[in-house]
Ligand binder design. Structure first.
Ligand code: KG4
Ligand code: ZN
Length: 336
């Protein structure tokens, strides 16, 4: 059997579809939603409406550009969770409709497992076991990956995700959503040691970003009392210092996990994997700790259906299909 699978991703604010044939991803059609920008964050109701409007054309484009007729598909895959319930429902319902109409099986995919498996879309691919730091607007996790379908979270955030910390800090400085890439851009021109922020001490491999968020709020408030133009005058240094601090928080835990597990194949995934300081720091730690580093193409770091497609391919090979009464789960955890 050479499985031909159509995969659909709709967990947050990207509507995406991808076709995978025998483990080779043919395309990755993504329609992003710009409607949220003026609200400073994703508005769940607007996200589900936009998915509803875009999903048919996104799926059609993926099928047409792959040159695949519906009758050639062997399965339909979809993101079951975690994510926004209303957004997930659009993808799940669409996938069920196609599976029933074509009389082919359904494959549910865990969005966080798919972020990890994005490393198997293109070369170079890690071998097992490896550690994956998944950093996005919704998640911050260190995952120990033993095989395609066997992975466990060994550390995660106890409150906000690191992407959320980037975006909220950016909002406090008056930048548009999502502010993470803007902070990255300004930081390139600044001094990362210009301002210091208080360290957090969270046990094990877990993270916490709520403290730095509050500390940053008070830092800006106090400085602006002295000089109302403080942010405008020091934008580059503020961004560089904050970014350096956030990345150090990630790297110290990743380094500890590598040392204590003895695993030196280190991967990163998720939207924040695009951050230039994180990439630089990963190389520096890697050189010291003899790591082999894996960073997927940016297209496969942010939310996309290609990662759902590759995850579905491995599930298909193990006959892991879903029943037609499967429902989305907003908090679906890895391993469930
Ligand atoms: O994985 P993703 O596309 O969506 C989910 O949250 O699932 O990640 C989006 C997050 C946002 O918080 C965005 O600000 C952040 O990734 N991000 C960055 C950069 N590019 C995207 N954060 C810091 N530096 C970047 N270059
Ligand atoms: Zn994601």
């Amino acid at each position: 059997m050479h499985p031909v699978i159509l995969a659909i991703e709709s967990s947050c604010d990207e509507t995406s579809a991808s076709v995978v044939i025998r483990g080779k991803v043919l395309n990755n059609v993504i329609a992003s939603q710009t409607v949220h920008q003026k609200y400073g964050g994703v508005v769940p109701e607007l996200a589900s409406r936009a998915h509803q409007q875009q999903i048919l054309s996104v799926v059609n484009e993926a099928m047409t550009s792959a040159g695949i007729a519906p009758g050639e598909l062997n399965a339909i895959a979809f993101t079951r969770g975690p994510g926004l319930l209303g957004s997930l429902l659009v993808g799940v319902s669409f996938a069920k409709g196609m599976a029933v109409a074509l009389d082919i099986p359904l494959i549910e995919v865990n969005h966080m497992e798919a972020h990890v498996l994005a490393h198997f879309i293109a070369d170079p691919k890690p071998s097992f076991p490896f550690l994956c730091l998944t950093v996005s607007g919704g998640h911050t996790q260190i995952v120990l990956v033993e095989s395609y379908l066997n992975m466990k979270v060994i550390g995660e955030t106890r409150d906000d995700a690191v992407g959320e910390a980037f975006d909220k800090a950016a909002k406090m400085m008056g930048f548009l959503y999502p502010g993470g890439p803007l902070i990255d851009g300004f930081a390139k021109l600044g001094n990362p040691k210009a301002f210091q922020f208080p360290p957090t001490s969270i046990p094990d491999y877990d993270f916490s970003f709520s403290g730095i968020k509050t500390a940053f709020l008070y830092f800006l408030r106090d400085r602006k009392l002295v000089d109302p133009d403080f942010v405008e005058k020091n934008k580059y240094d503020i961004c560089a210092s904050l970014q350096y601090h956030l990345v150090e928080m990630l790297m110290q835990k990743l380094s500890k996990a590598s040392t204590e597990t003895g695993i030196n194949q280190i991967a990163i995934a998720g939207g924040v994997a695009a951050n230039s300081e994180l990439r630089k720091s990963l190389q520096q730690y890697g050189a010291r700790q003899n790591w082999k580093i894996f960073i997927p193409d940016f297209e496969y770091c942010t939310d996309n259906a290609a990662m759902i497609a590759i995850a579905a391919h491995y599930k298909f090979l193990e006959n892991k299909f879903s029943s037609l009464d499967v429902a989305p789960l907003a908090n679906l955890a890895i391993g469930n």
